[in-house]
Design a protein around this ligand. Structure first.
Ligand code: GLN
Length: 312
């Protein structure tokens, strides 16, 4: 049934594009000038299925910084570096119900709640292996490269600007250093975190990355294994419960597929064994999720019955 429906997928996303093109609700992220400069009208929808077939519309070649969507993939790298048990001692898997940049740790364990919010992501990033900062950055870029299928680079202006203004993230890192949840020099961990947020992608890349997760860790275009398949389960679980910040519950209820959003306006959603979906549109709602992105995913889920617990 889905296969038959998929033939109408291109037509459907074309219609969604026209329908939401005029929607101007929300505001572009403005916590750093580099992000505020973006054209708010940019809009793209890309879908890549596990057979490597591509459906896309709009500005899907427009590059932007990946921001929080990077957290998903860096969590995967940390899992490969240390294994599930150790990572669990450093980062929890509990949704917060708070904003993505909340300065809060679990009362008992002192762990950050989960790897999809800033505190947890900074802790995760601090665990990436490598003999020095350059090697850690290169390992991270290699990892992204496998998911994307081409060379990746960091936007230096965004990185520098995040680093000079990131006092809140620095405060979280200090708090975790205090509780022994980070045991390295925090400036190196923060630099790597700001670098991962400033990796340049386009909407097409994000769909390929999501499709790689849908395809048990194998990039469906290049056939390269980007992540061990056993860790895809961990990644998708935290995406499902924590990926949309304090909208995660409503998202799980309505859209029903693991997803992750970023402050530059991207959203990825993973339909296991079927496809990866990406939407890019910079205007955000109050929780920091792309307004058009949420709408498009809601409609796609409904139209094609993508909710994990869909009644057949
Ligand atoms: N660079 C941003 C930050 O650390 C990422 C946050 C986001 O995309 N939600 O604040």
């Amino acid at each position: 049934e889905l296969a038959k429906n998929l033939s109408s997928l291109q037509a459907f996303i074309d219609d969604l594009y026209s329908k939401y093109e005029s929607l101007q609700d929300g505001v572009v992220a403005n916590y750093i000038p580099e992000l505020a400069k973006v054209d708010p009208e940019l809009f793209a929808i890309s879908i890549v299925n596990v057979n490597g077939e591509i459906y896309e519309v709009g500005d899907y070649q427009q590059l932007f910084t990946i921001q929080s969507i990077s957290k998903v993939f860096v969590y995967g790298l940390a899992l490969m570096d240390h294994g599930r048990d150790y990572i669990l001692t450093r980062v929890g898997v509990e949704p917060t119900g708070d904003a993505f940049n909340a300065i809060v740790l679990d009362e008992q364990s002192k762990r950050p709640y989960n790897p999809m919010v800033n505190a947890g992501a900074i802790a995760t990033t601090s665990l990436i292996k490598g003999s020095d900062a350059t090697e850690r950055l290169n390992r991270m870029l290699d990892m992204f490269q496998k998911y994307i299928g081409r060379d990746v680079f960091v936007d230096i202006s965004v990185f520098t600007s995040e680093r000079t203004t990131g006092h809140r993230n620095r405060a979280m890192a200090h708090l975790m250093l205090n509780f022994g949840m980070i045991d390295k020099p925090i400036d190196e961990a923060l630099d790597l975190y700001f670098q991962q947020c400033a990796v340049m992608v386009n909407c097409h890349d994000l769909a390929v990355m999501a499709a790689t997760l849908a395809n048990k860790g194998v990039n469906p275009i290049t056939n390269e294994q980007a992540i061990k398949s056993c860790y895809v389960k961990d990644i998708l679980s935290v995406m499902y419960t924590c990926g949309m910040y304090n909208f995660a519950g409503e998202w799980a209820y309505k859209v029903g597929i693991p997803a992750k959003s970023g402050i530059s306006g991207g959203i990825i959603a993973v339909v296991p064994d079927k496809m990866g979906i990406a939407v890019f549109s910079p205007r955000l709602d109050a929780r920091g999720n792309s307004v058009r992105g949420v709408k498009v995913c809601e409609e796609l889920s409904q139209r094609f019955g993508l909710h994990l617990f869909e009644c057949s």
